[in-house]
Design a protein around this ligand. Structure first.
Ligand code: SAM
Length: 228
């Protein structure tokens, strides 16, 4: 699977592929990434990519021409491109989206800067738009990385143990149960004793009950399907 980032600031993204799970996924050829800089497509003699808002008011907006030309070039080279715009005003990006998008061949993230992107670019090219939360970031690079990371975990082979995906929070209506590791006792704080006795059905039952409690505590808006 390929991730293409349309960005004025590729350095803000590239570091993330240099370590850990995404680095390994690249080494195993499971994912690839590339950058396109709209400034290189600008026909303006100063390579300008932004301008004042027609409606007046503060701030600058990314202009259509460099982005139209960048996206046309990407589409001509990759006809199966699926183009996503991170936008603060869009619907929230969720785990189900990460799983669904992990089946695409080439995802293109168009990273806005300044006050955002001229709406005509979004109208013309967006296959989908997502927000990563109800706050305003300075640009789309972080939002794209967040989505890219969440999608990559769901690409076959990227996680060593894909079973670990099934039990995670947001895979079902319940959050993942609390987890514990060694030592069994640390500063007088003990792991629940049932976890240490090896009875798998008792452990599964306890985890289920703990998931219900955790969901009620952290996310009372969820878990309704498990209420008696
Ligand atoms: N004026 C815009 C608004 O009020 O919605 C915000 C523009 S923001 C400063 C610049 C860029 O950052 C946006 O075009 C978008 O690409 C990205 N961005 C900011 N917040 C985001 C969020 N919560 N989710 C996804 N992308 C975001």
């Amino acid at each position: 699977m390929k991730f293409t980032f349309v960005t004025l600031f590729s350095n803000l993204i590239e570091f993330y592929f240099k370590d850990s799970i995404l680095k390994k996924a690249i080494e195993k050829d499971l994912i690839k990434y590339e950058f396109y800089n709209p400034r290189e497509y600008s026909t303006n003699k100063h390579k300008k990519v932004d301008d004042y808002l027609c409606s007046g008011g503060a701030g600058l907006l990314m202009t259509p021409q460099p982005l139209f030309d960048t996206l046309e070039d990407i589409k001509s080279k990759n006809p199966d491109s699926y183009i996503i715009f991170p936008l603060a005003a869009a619907k929230p990006f969720r785990q189900n989206d990460a799983k669904r998008l992990a089946k695409k061949k080439n995802i293109v993230f168009v990273c806005g800067r300044y006050e955002g992107i001229d709406e005509r670019v979004i109208e013309e090219y967006a296959d989908e738009v997502f927000s990563i939360g109800e706050y305003i970031l300075t640009g789309g690079e972080l939002a794209s990385l967040v989505m890219c990371d969440a999608i990559s975990r769901n690409v076959d082979g990227v996680l060593g143990n894909s079973e670990s995906l099934d039990m995670e929070s947001y895979e079902s209506d319940l959050l993942e149960a609390p987890s514990f590791t060694k030592p069994e006792s640390f500063q007088n704080l003990s792991v629940p004793s049932a976890f240490l006795k090896g009875n798998h059905s008792k452990i599964a039952n306890l985890k289920f009950q703990m998931s219900i409690c955790k969901t009620k505590y952290y996310r009372p808006d969820k878990g309704k399907n498990n209420e008696k």
